[in-house]
Write a protein that binds this ligand. Structure first.
Ligand code: 5GP
Ligand code: ZN
Length: 112
């Protein structure tokens, strides 16, 4: 399967690592939209949040356990925004589940 984020998780495509454990990998977004813009992905391929199921939700839970650790590593003491775009209307551009962690400044209230 040809998946950009699977290749990044395997180290086949270089990225700036922020955090890694058995289940997930976090790295800097290549086009940051805030002073901190980090992506968190499962190492196993899950297409999007819309594909989360009983079979893979334990991995998603591990990602959510990692997120506060990543926020701490990134120095996000005053909060952050967590986003997962889904499908065409959600403007998902990479078909591998990922969570954007955005912060390092007061973000706009408007979300859409
Ligand atoms: P989406 O639009 O699917 O929610 O988010 C995909 C994100 O992946 C975008 O913010 C984009 O900048 C980032 N991205 C796309 N290709 C690469 C890449 O090769 N390396 C890194 N580090 N980020 C990427
Ligand atoms: Zn993948």
């Amino acid at each position: 399967m040809d998946c950009l984020f699977c290749a990044i998780a395997k180290g086949e495509i270089p990225s700036t690592k922020v955090y890694e454990d058995e289940f997930c990998y976090a790295f800097k977004d290549i086009h940051p939209q805030a002073p901190v813009h980090t992506l968190v992905i499962p190492k196993a391929h899950i297409p999007s949040a819309d594909a989360v199921s009983e079979e893979n939700s334990a991995t998603v839970a591990r990602i959510f356990e990692a997120i506060p650790k990543i926020a701490k590593l990134e120095g996000l003491k005053n909060g952050y925004r967590l986003i997962s775009n889904v499908g065409e209307d959600g403007c998902q551009s990479v078909g591998h589940l990922h969570f954007h962690i955005l912060g390092g400044k007061k973000l706009p209230e408007q979300m859409s």
